[in-house]
Design a protein around this ligand. Structure first.
Ligand code: 6PG
Length: 248
């Protein structure tokens, strides 16, 4: 793990979400002051749902909602109405409760039966929004990520082809153990972020977290280890349970 990573260990999940919420507000202020807008890539899964709820309530007045542009770092290969949809989770937890212009919300069209076409379409969305040339990589102001008990992040799972992607921005990654494609940012996009923040809570994550932060295993075995922003901040928001196996 690069020494530049900031490890924030909070006592409880609630404190973790409060600290992460403060980081979102800080990053939003910095981005809007410097560049007039805040580009935010959201994580799926269950952990960040509490953060999204918090942003929609406690931080509602602290965020410049009309200057925030929402993207997803990954999505399940399901329609937006599906209970597994990351879009649906974020919409229910936050977007449906705050004054975000619909034009500021960029959903992955994961209802497309052709996962590769859906990934390519989202890649075009990124290239257009960030005005990228053919080799450009978007630089998000903040990328929120979770981590699975196997060390996966976004939809980059251990041993999957998607880990090798170096040129495309968005991929349809076949995940054998789930028997499905997942849409995901490729690593170059994650590593281009101005700030990348992991939210990791619970004892079930402790072994993988120790492997990621302290182990010598190859990153392909614990993909979260491969997230090393080249010119950006990396922050790990952990609760004590998730951090319980760490030596320091
Ligand atoms: C997803 C997420 C995924 C998630 C981890 C952790 O689509 O599920 O992007 O990478 O962050 O699986 O999920 P939990 O927070 O639910 O443990």
């Amino acid at each position: 793990m690069s020494s530049s990573a900031e490890i924030r260990i909070l006592t409880t999940p609630q404190e973790l979400f409060a600290a992460a919420g403060e980081e979102v507000v800080r990053a939003a202020d910095e981005a809007v002051n410097a560049r007039g807008k805040f580009t935010l890539a959201l994580s799926g899964g269950s952990t960040p749902k509490a953060l999204y709820n918090l942003l929609a309530t406690n931080a509602r007045t602290a965020l410049p909602w009309d200057r925030i542009y929402f993207f997803w770092g990954d999505e399940r290969h399901v329609p937006p109405t599906d209970p597994d949809s990351n879009y649906r989770m974020v919409n229910e937890a936050m977007l449906s409760k705050v004054p975000v212009p619909p034009a500021n919300v960029f959903r992955m069209e994961a209802e497309n039966p052709d996962a590769s076409a859906a990934a390519a379409a989202y890649e075009q969305t990124l290239r257009k929004f960030f005005q990228l040339d053919a080799n450009g990589v978007p630089r998000f102001d903040l990328i929120l990520l979770g981590m699975g008990p196997d060390g996966h992040t976004a939809s980059l799972f251990p041993g999957t082809e998607g880990l090798k992607e170096k040129s495309r921005l968005v991929i349809a990654n076949w995940v054998e153990k789930l028997k499905t494609h997942r849409l995901s940012f490729a690593l170059p996009v994650l590593n281009a972020g101005r700030c990348v923040a992991f939210l990791v809570s619970g004892t079930d994550k402790a072994p993988a977290l120790k492997a990621v932060l302290e182990g010598n295993d190859p990153g392909e075995q614990y993909p979260a280890k491969l997230v090393q922003p080249k010119d950006g901040k990396l922050i790990w928001f952990l609760d004590r349970a998730a951090a319980s196996s760490l030596s320091s």
